[in-house]
Design a protein. Sequence first.
Length: 612
Amino acid sequence: MSGICGWFDPDRRDAANGSVEAMAAVLARFDASPVRAASASWGAVAVAGRETDADLYQDHERLVLVQGRARWSDERFAEAGRRDGFARSIAQGYAENGAEVLKRLAGSFSLAILDRASRKALLATDRMGTRSLCYSADARKLVFGSTLDAISAHPGSGGRIRRQAIYDYVHFHIIPSPGTVYLDRYRLAPGTFLEWDSGNARAAPYWTAQFVEHEERAFPALKEEFLALVRKSVAEAAEAGSTGAFLSGGTDSSTVTGMLRQVTGEAPRSYSIGFDAEGFDEIGYARIAARRFDARHKEYYVTPEDVVRAIPRIAQAHDQPFGNSSAVPTYYCAKLAREDGVDTLLGGDGGDELFGGNARYATQYLYSLYSDLPQPLRRGVLEPVLAMLPEVGIVGKARRYMAHASLPMPARYELYNLLQRLGPKTVFTSGFLEAVSPAAPALQMEQAYRSTNADSLINRMLALDFKYTLADNDLPKVVRSSELAGVEVRFPFLHDEIVAFSARLAPDLKLRRARLRYFFKKALQDFLPPEIIRKSKHGFGLPFGRWLQTHQPLRELAFDSLADLRTRHIVSAQFIDRLTGVHVKSHADYYGTMVWILMMLEQWLRQHRVSV
């Protein structure tokens, strides 16, 4: 796996000579990525991955490391980078501007600057969080790595589990940044830096999305700019390596595949995953897109046996519990590409969150029609009238709609949260709940929602999803699954110029009433096949709950994992019994999600040999 790592102890009290190589070895353990390192008595940095994607600089007082596809927006520094190397130009920029230099960087990157003379260090990750970066800091030392596992390889690093993170995982199915599964370790949020100054650590954003909600531009001009930006982004992403594309058959992956053909002038290589399960297999749409763009297309049907083999590897590859089951088909799709000679895949991630493609956006719009009504009309007329009528038929539906719509955002999101529907007291043991705050996830989401620089409902939801859906969930899923297969992944839709274009797009061009992706689909209606323009979103969803019913080895792995989990006194034994004995049989797809979440928690604890 690619990534960076290192440590900084300006007073030279750390007997950690050689530890950076051990840290880097953790990053490279799945694909034997080449490792480069630079060290001094007071600090060290290392990088695992392609030499073309990283740059190191060292002098007697500084160590600088950058990985990814960063670029300067400042021509003076860009020229210095071409002349002296990118890492050295970053050192120059930091010497002149401090952390403000980050505002002049764009692209996908993670970086570290260790400066013994000033006793300062700077860590940063890119605006959309495509490159993970974690750290542990105290009064004398800073340790960092692209994964928490790399930090664990540094001598003296603690490994105590944060119990609140376990609760948050079951709630979100991931552990949101800046917290992690470990006490005293943190993950940088998108567009955020950490500055360590003589033992004092400060994390702060250097970039947040700035939405412009009232800019009026003619559709032809917007379409022309948008298509040009997508073409440019795909061209840049395909510059190096043997490149192919994930192809689910949705609008995003189909657009990337089609643009790959345009910019290379060759038949693109595309890869899809199917399932032999009704309602889950959408490979037919991928074939439509492949025919449209004359792709050299390959497919693989994931089986329950594949899932059994992949589960321990997926749990081992993630540095903290991770519950997105589509990590499995993503891994097999990337593996298919690697076996075909591809070392770089382009993903369509980000399109939904930039242009309004998630179904919940339409749902929340429909709720807003009621919540935006004047309170005197709602509480003085509509609600009293409906309260007098019997709660049957359409009246019952109307009362439920009003009850849901009366909740403020983002609390309305929790209506569909599996843990909240089941009830924390039902799922967890009383002893575990005494040590955590069940209200913490909602408070965290509320803070993130209120801090967005947007007025419209759709842009507030998009900004929230930049963090929770993209940076904390989908990007780690695709990156880790691809790296596990030996493939690098890039995300053309997350190009800074496309993100900026989206931020200037009028809200009703993203969500027009309840119509999702209004501008996106209209701009691409002559480019994509009509069947794909019209289709609903699906992706690489895994029929795990259904296969639990029919595949004995998968069922044994899942239920044995839950049996071991019950001995940890986190999840109620009564709930596990009811989940495996009643719930999964009655509603396999719905309750199968909770089986997966709990199974992957136990698998992660087991693979990483930690206890709670």
